[in-house]
Design a protein around this ligand. Structure first.
Ligand SMILES: *Cc1c(COP(=O)(O)O)cnc(C)c1O
Length: 407
């Protein structure tokens, strides 16, 4: 590369990633195969439209590529229809709204403050501005989704679409229950599995495809691919509306996007293939096992973990009065990357909430197991209790990083 300025920045970022522990649950380390494909000539091609129906010439191989990616996605998730052109998770969710609803229609999603995503109806987002949104949350005592409350709100509000899925919910989601509720009010059910797609594929989280009409996911979180998204129409979706796939395609292009990023689509194809390898099942299992051990260790140090533990790849630690923003920066000084996060019924504002969110997808990709989790949990709690230990902790973090390189 000839641009020294950019090259230098990349080098520094590479060193930062290598020399720190990444516990941000929405991030991961991709394979070199994924990264190589991302920087290929495929990114230079315009391919507005879909295979065999493009608005530009020269798309013979691009068509072959996008078909391959779609076939892999259909096979991996067991669905009849997919769109792989979404630029990322948020635009993919936008496309689902655009395809199935009219502006002003009512959507019910999980509140951001309970762990839902911005695109599930939050007021500053398109989903809260152009659609009417109602929310469900978690129970105050158990901190679990209260399905009776979900049902009551649905019966009262009659949403046209229910979205389930979350960005900071440490427990399993009962998709079957959501579908029963959706059926009672005649709503579409959209499952957004952006965080947990890799766990679903590995069989360590229930699969939404038998229940939801539409499933959306990012490809860069536990699925461990490039930034991108997959929108799936399930058998239930086709049954509800045989034109649903076509509506989704039209919403993505020409509704919301122009030319698809075919280099990303190629990298998605690569990650989907990696996810069919038996080692990926082991990966998913290890992510969850690591997270459980980590949560138990944190609890032993006296911290309260939201909902009392975790069933998936992430946990939320209640800092009980200590400030999330300080905790995040103390851990960063110790070389451990986490993000501050609201906890259910948080009394502090989202910019300085009372919790931190930690996850194991990236550490597990580096090959770490339960033993490392125990030690890192100790380092985390020590730093949380005494911020000035951060520099000392960082030395140990560097040693761990060296033993588990990012491949
Ligand atoms: C990450 C996430 C998204 C959005 O993904 P972006 O790629 O950041 O736009 C959507 N929904 C959920 C549940 C997520 O966790």
């Amino acid at each position: 590369m000839e641009d020294k300025d950019v090259q230098n920045i990349i080098k520094k970022e590479e060193e930062r990633q290598k020399g720190t522990l990444n516990m941000i649950p929405s991030e991961n380390h991709t394979s070199s195969a994924v990264r190589e494909v991302l920087s290929s000539v495929l990114g230079d091609k315009y391919a507005e439209g879909y295979p065999q129906k493009r608005y530009y010439g020269g798309n013979k191989y691009i068509d072959e590529l996008e078909e391959l990616c779609r076939e892999r996605a259909k096979n991996l998730f067991g669905v009849p229809y997919v769109n792989v052109q979404g630029y990322s998770g948020s635009p993919a969710n936008h496309a689902v709204y655009f395809a199935l609803l009219e502006p002003g229609d009512k959507v019910m999603g999980m509140s951001l403050l309970s762990g839902g995503h911005l695109t599930h109806g939050w007021k500053v987002n398109f989903s809260g501005k152009y659609y009417e949104s109602v929310f469900y949350g978690v129970d105050k005592d158990t901190e679990l989704i209260d399905y009776e409350e979900v049902r009551k709100t649905a019966l009262k509000e009659k949403p046209k679409m229910i979205i389930c899925g979350a960005t900071s919910y440490p427990r399993l989601i009962d998709f079957k229950r959501f579908r029963e509720i959706a059926d009672e009010v005649g709503a579409y059910l959209c499952a957004d599995i952006s965080h947990i797609a890799g766990l679903v594929v590995s069989g360590v989280h229930p699969d939404p495809t038998p229940y939801a009409h539409v499933v959306t996911t990012t490809t860069h979180k536990t699925l461990r691919g490039p930034r991108g998204a997959i929108i799936m129409v399930t058998h239930s979706g086709v049954e509800k509306d045989k034109n649903m796939g076509e509506k989704i395609d039209k919403a993505v292009f020409p509704g919301l996007q122009g030319g698809p990023h075919e280099n990303s689509i190629a990298a998605i194809a690569v990650c989907l293939r990696e996810a069919t390898d038996p080692s990926f099942i082991d990966y998913g299992k290890q992510v969850v096992s690591n997270c459980r051990v980590f949560a138990e260790e944190i609890k032993k140090s006296g911290f309260r973990v939201v909902s009392g533990g975790t069933d998936n790849h992430l946990l939320l630690v209640d800092l009980q009065g200590r400030e999330g923003i300080d905790a995040q920066s103390a851990l960063e000084d110790a070389g451990i990357m986490v993000n501050k996060n609201t906890i259910p019924f948080d009394e502090n504002p989202p910019f300085n909430p009372s919790g931190i969110r930690l996850g194991t997808p990236a550490l597990t990709s580096r090959g770490m197991k339960e033993g490392e989790m125990k030690e890192i949990a100790f380092l985390v709690s020590q730093t949380l209790m005494q911020h000035d230990l951060a520099p000392q902790t960082y030395k140990r973090v560097e040693e761990i990083c060296e033993k588990f390189p990012i491949i």
